[in-house]
Ligand binder design. Structure first.
Ligand code: AMP
Length: 427
């Protein structure tokens, strides 16, 4: 878990502002959900055989005996909120967004943190394929605007409840036949979460995958049509995509559309003597992902199904991607004025002057703990601020300040009462 200071803080804030602005244009409503929830929400919501619950959940017991957990993802909280507030009575779909920290007790490494940040979107209460396309469109717009190049949406369909069950059955039968070739992890997954064997990074299991059943072959007519429509939308929006039949995603609740947005980068190789295989090696970096979760609501106790689709961008990885623009949060503006105060009386009055400047929308820098004129002017020069406002004992008596143009060193005495209007006129 990391501290964010200086440039890093600015980069994250800048990203959140940009992404929120885009999602707002598309009609999403920003919400905030708690960082701590009942542990059971995630066990039932994310699934009790998933990595983020079995291995990565930060759980705790309160003094009162409740079992809580730090949120490992947003979706279960969004669905809880929709159900608790009876949002099915509102106009559908309900489009919500949020961003912030999530917690997963994973092995920390570059691009994998225990406190990670996501920007998250959910469209709830509709099973129409246009919603799948909308979510992907917003993610791709955000990636474009922050300058990520050459990304692709890898997409697959797991089908509805019936198709998924038939596919799972075929998959279990296939892997049972090849049981002796499976790793201990996959043998366990065969009992708990067989779809996840397709995610395996073991070379033998990657080979086995080629002969494994394909979820697309188990799609019902309606699921096939849904998938076809999503792909048609992506095509007509010119969003780069590729069907990836091995994509299942880690969570239990996914049905029909699942996707990940990825970039491929050259693997870091020894530049002096790479073998041809090494030089050609590419690593897949997953910048975000999502999918449909049409049956999650019932798992969480709803009487009715609430079809929905959601997606998240991994903010840490996007910011670490080479070529991503440095986004400046809008509230941070380059200072226009350095405010120098000399002596106790001037310091006393200084906050009145700063407030006048704030009302005039002029950002100020100052060194409140420094008293000498020379040191403060030196700091103003370092910061390349175009104007200084100087207030000494004499100016305090006159209810005025000196405004100094740094470039020409010309100075003018301005009454505090006139300062707001005067400073606004300066470039
Ligand atoms: P997920 O919620 O697991 O589907 O992840 C969505 C995105 O969050 C991924 O595509 C990653 O970009 C990012 N992500 C997931 N886990 C981590 C982590 N431990 N550290 C940093 N980013 C992560």
């Amino acid at each position: 878990m990391r501290d964010f200071v200086g440039e890093k803080w600015l980069a994250y804030q800048g990203f959140f502002e940009k992404a929120s602005e885009i999602a707002l244009y598309y009609g999403f409503t920003p919400i905030e959900v708690p960082i701590l929830e009942q542990e059971d929400l995630y066990i039932r919501g994310s699934g009790d055989s998933t990595d983020i619950v079995t291995k990565e959940l930060y759980s705790l017991r309160t003094k009162g005996g409740d079992r809580l957990a730090l949120r490992p993802e947003f979706t279960p909280s969004f669905m809880r909120l929709y159900m608790e507030r009876g949002m099915h009575n509102q106009q559908q779909p309900v489009m919500l967004m949020s961003y912030g920290p999530l917690f997963r007790h994973d092995n920390p490494q570059k691009g994998r943190y225990r406190q990670l940040y996501q920007f998250n979107l959910e469209v709830m209460g509709s099973d129409k394929s246009i919603n799948d396309a909308l979510v992907i469109r917003v993610l791709s717009t955000i990636l474009d605007e922050v300058g990520v190049k050459d990304y692709t949406f890898e997409i697959n369909s797991l089908g509805d409840k019936d198709c998924r069950t038939a596919f799972k059955k075929a998959l279990v039968a296939y892997y049972r036949k090849h049981n002796s070739a499976l790793s201990p992890r996959s043998k366990e997954l065969l009992k708990t979460n067989p779809l996840r064997i397709l995610d395996s990074k073991e070379p033998r299991e990657i080979e086995l995958r080629d002969g494994a059943p394909n979820s697309i072959d188990y799609l019902s007519g309606a699921s096939k049509q849904h998938f076809k429509e999503v792909l048609e939308y992506l095509e007509s929006l010119s969003i780069p995509y590729k069907v990836n039949n091995a994509l299942v995603r880690g969570l239990d609740y996914y049905t029909r559309t699942v996707f990940e947005v990825v970039i491929y980068q050259d693997a870091a190789v020894d530049p002096t003597n790479p073998t041809p295989e090494e030089a050609a090696k590419q690593i897949r970096i997953e910048l975000g992902g999502g999918g449909r979760y049409d049956y999650l609501a019932k798992t969480l106790g709803s009487k009715r199904d609430i079809p929905a689709i959601g997606a998240a961008l991994g903010v840490d990885r996007i910011i670490e991607t080479a070529g991503t623009k440095e986004l400046m949060p809008r509230i941070v503006k380059p200072p226009k004025v350095f405010f120098i105060q000399l002596g106790y009386e001037a310091k006393l009055k200084s906050l009145i002057v700063t407030e006048i400047l704030r009302n005039a929308k002029v950002p100020v820098m100052q060194s409140l703990s420094k008293d000498s004129l020379g040191m403060q002017l030196g700091r103003a020069e370092e910061l390349k601020v175009p104007y200084c406002i100087i207030m000494g004992q004499k100016e305090v008596m006159e209810n005025a300040v000196i405004v100094r143009l740094m470039e020409t060193r010309s100075q003018e005495l301005v009454k505090i009462a006139d300062l707001g209007a005067y400073i606004k006129k300066l470039k």
